[in-house]
Design a protein around this ligand. Structure first.
Ligand SMILES: Cc1cc2nc3c(=O)[nH]c(=O)nc-3n(C[C@H](O)[C@H](O)[C@H](O)COP(=O)(O)O)c2cc1C
Length: 320
C-alpha cells in the first residue's frame, strides 16, 4: 500500500522514534527529525501543561532553521502522544494545543476515542493508535484511527505478550493501512525484519534512551548499554499495566525483581496530581528486550547512521 504523506517522507530509515515518558523532549525529538526519521514525545512530558505549545514551537523553529541551512537535508515530521486514559486530566487542554499547532501525527495510547480522531482529522493530521492485540486494532480502526502500532512482546514500557509475527499477520489479514511494529527493535536488521513481516515502519524506543539527547539520568543510559534481554523484568506492579523494566533499577529501589507483587489496573493514574507520586519511570526504569544491541552512548545522528548501515548490510546479505 502507499503510505499517507505524513509517514512516507524520504525518511533516512522507516522508523518512528517512539514516545518515552520523561525521556523524550524537544532535544531528542528535534534530533530524530533532523536525522531524517519521525520523532515523537508524550504531551504529558511537557510540564506544566503550558509548556506543550513552547515545545512544539521550539521543534518547528529548530527544524525549519536546520532545513533552511541545508535545503537538501530531509527533516522528518514529529508526533505528539496522547495518553487517552480517564485519569489524564490534561487531555482536552493538550488536544486544543495540538489542533492549534496542527501537529501532523498524533499517537494515542491506552484508549481509542472518536472525538480525538475527529479533532486531528479536522486539520488534516493523522492518528496512529497503539495496540497489543488484533481485537484492540480493530476497535481503533472502527473508531477512526488512520493506522495502528502493534506493540509486541519485549517492548519497553507498557508491552504486550504476543509474537510480532503473530500480531502483524493477524492485523495485516484485514488492514492494509499504516502499520507500525514495536518491540525490541534496536538494530538495522530488525527494522528490515519488521518490514519483511508486513509492517510499514519500525517503532523504536529503548535504543534512543542511551542517546545524548534523551532526558534520562546518566546511570539509566549506562544501564541500557550494560544490560541485555535477561535483565528485563515484565511486571504490572509499578503502573497497573504490564510493562518491561530494567532489573538493576528495581534492585536499586530496594525491591526483589524475582519476587514482585501484582498491582490493580485501577491504580493507573496519569493525573497532574500523580506527577510527584509514582516512582515508575523516574526510579524504575523502562526498557525493552532489544537493548543487547545497544553498546554505547551516542548522539541520535550517530545512532540513526549506524542503524542505516546495519539495515543496508542486512538487505545486501539477503538480496546479494
Ligand atoms: C522509558 C519508556 C517510556 C515510555 N513511555 C511511553 C509513553 O509515554 N507513551 C507511549 O505511548 N509509549 C511509551 N513507551 C513505549 C514506547 O513508545 C514503545 O512502544 C517501546 O519503547 C518500543 O519498544 P522498544 O523500547 O523495545 O523499542 C515507553 C517506553 C519506554 C522504554
Amino acid at each position: 500500500m502507499t503510505l499517507v504523506p505524513a509517514l512516507a517522507g524520504p525518511l533516512t530509515l522507516p522508523v518512528v522514534g517512539s514516545p518515552l515518558f520523561i525521556c523524550s523532549g524537544p532535544e531528542l525529538v528535534g534530533a530524530q527529525c533532523r536525522a531524517g526519521i519521525i520523532g515523537a514525545f508524550p504531551a504529558l512530558n511537557a510540564r506544566p501543561a503550558a509548556l506543550l505549545s513552547d515545545w512544539i514551537q521550539q521543534i518547528d523553529e529548530e527544524n525549519a532553521s536546520f532545513a533552511a541551512a541545508d535545503p537538501d537535508a530531509y527533516v522528518g515530521p514529529f508526533a505528539v502522544n496522547q495518553i487517552v486514559h480517564r485519569s489524564n486530566d490534561r487531555l482536552e487542554q493538550d488536544m486544543a494545543v495540538i489542533v492549534e499547532h496542527q501537529v501532523p501525527i498524533v499517537i494515542t495510547s491506552l484508549g481509542a476515542r472518536t472525538e480525538i480522531n475527529d479533532a486531528v482529522h479536522s486539520y488534516g493530521g493523522i492518528v496512529l493508535h497503539d495496540v497489543i492485540d488484533d481485537e484492540f486494532a480493530r476497535k481503533a480502526i472502527d473508531k477512526g484511527a488512520d493506522g495502528v502500532i502493534a506493540v509486541a512482546a519485549g517492548a519497553g514500557g507498557h508491552a504486550g505478550t504476543q509474537s510480532p509475527f503473530a500480531l502483524v499477520r493477524e492485523i495485516r489479514s484485514w488492514f492494509d493501512g499504516p502499520l507500525l511494529l514495536s518491540g525490541a527493535i534496536s538494530h538495522g536488521s530488525s527494522i528490515l525484519a519488521a518490514q519483511a513481516a508486513g509492517a510499514d515502519l519500525a517503532y523504536v524506543g529503548s535504543a534512543f534512551l542511551a542517546t545524548h539527547e534523551a532526558n534520562a539520568a546518566p546511570d539509566y543510559k549506562q544501564m541500557i548499554v550494560d544490560s541485555t534481554a535477561k535483565d528485563i523484568v515484565y511486571s504490572n506492579l509499578f503502573t497497573g499495566v504490564h510493562g518491561n523494566y530494567l532489573r538493576g533499577s528495581i534492585e536499586a529501589a530496594g525491591m526483589d525483581p524475582d519476587d514482585l507483587g501484582v498491582s490493580d489496573p485501577s491504580a493507573m493514574d496519569f493525573s497532574s496530581q500523580a506527577v510527584d507520586g509514582p516512582k515508575a519511570w523516574r526510579d524504575i526504569w523502562g526498557a525493552g528486550q532489544g537493548i543487547g544491541a545497544i553498546e554505547e552512548r551516542v548522539s541520535v545522528a550517530a545512532l540513526v547512521q549506524s542503524l542505516r548501515a546495519q539495515y543496508d548490510q542486512a538487505r545486501k546479505d539477503l538480496c546479494g
